[in-house]
Write a protein that binds this ligand. Structure first.
Ligand code: SF4
Ligand code: FES
Length: 237
């Protein structure tokens, strides 16, 4: 008769978190009902570790918790003032690099970027606003892409490829020139395989990929994060 194996755990801010072999720190924390701020991670898709909002500290070094494998005895710091200050700076950079005008955006209240800004106590953008010029693709009858609001998380790229089986999106360019491109003969959404029901549409965390004809379907005040901190709704991210 074999003994029941002891549950394997690591420590998150001093509290034990159980994990299964192969899980990342983020996966284990989410499975345990916890929250680490994140933007480019989604539980339905493989992680790419690009935004760094999910950074945690292990032995004095910052690592992306969405890609870092859990292992027994790790001592992980997350809810620390200096780490949250760094996370806030990343969110401020994204606000400064894009055109995120929340009061005029249909995604307001359902937007992960906005919700993270509230969660992290962001009062201003800190950096000089870039006001970039980005193309809007309004060519499709049902779908709108406003690249000014895109945070380059690649969730639509992964969802279109891995869930929808279409590979409608890809990234091009480098640095501030990085932008989302469309896999179609004209490079426009109207000639692509996108459908408004695609997971790539609903997974966009900001107001970059939006369905047309649906303005204010859910009134302001009744949206996901209007009254609830994003940390209390981990199932939505
Ligand atoms: Fe992410 Fe949305 Fe931009 Fe796609 S369009 S990369 S999902 S922010
Ligand atoms: Fe981990 Fe973006 S959520 S790097």
């Amino acid at each position: 008769m074999s003994a029941t194996p002891a549950t394997t755990t690591f420590l998150l801010d001093g509290r034990p978190v159980p994990f299964e072999p192969g899980q990342t720190i983020m996966q284990a924390v989410q499975a345990a009902g916890g929250y680490i701020p994140h933007l480019c991670h989604h539980a339905d898709l493989p992680p790419i570790g690009s935004c760094k909002v999910c950074s945690v500290r292990i032995k004095g070094r910052l690592v992306a918790s969405c890609t870092y494998p859990a292992s027994a005895g790790l001592e992980v710091e997350s809810e620390q003032d200096d780490i949250n200050a760094d996370r806030k700076r990343l969110i401020q950079m994204l606000f400064a690099e894009g055109n995120h005008h929340c009061p005029f955006c249909e995604k307001s209240g359902n937007c992960h970027l906005q919700a993270l800004a509230y969660h992290l106590g962001m009062q201003d953008t800190h950096f000089v606003q870039v006001y970039p010029q980005h193309d809007v693709d309004a060519s499709h009858p049902d779908v709108l892409l406003d690249r000014s609001r895109c945070v380059l998380c690649e969730l639509c790229v992964r969802a279109s490829r891995d869930i929808d089986g279409k590979s409608v999106f890809a990234m091009a360019g480098r640095g501030l020139q990085t932008h989302l491109i469309i896999n179609s003969p004209s490079g426009q959404l109207k000639d692509s395989a996108i459908a408004v029901s695609d997971r790539a549409m609903s997974i966009c965390p900001v107001g970059a990929l939006m369905p047309k004809h649906q303005g204010f379907k859910v009134p302001i005040g009744e949206r996901l994060y209007d009254h609830t901190d994003i940390a209390q709704r981990p199932e939505d991210t």
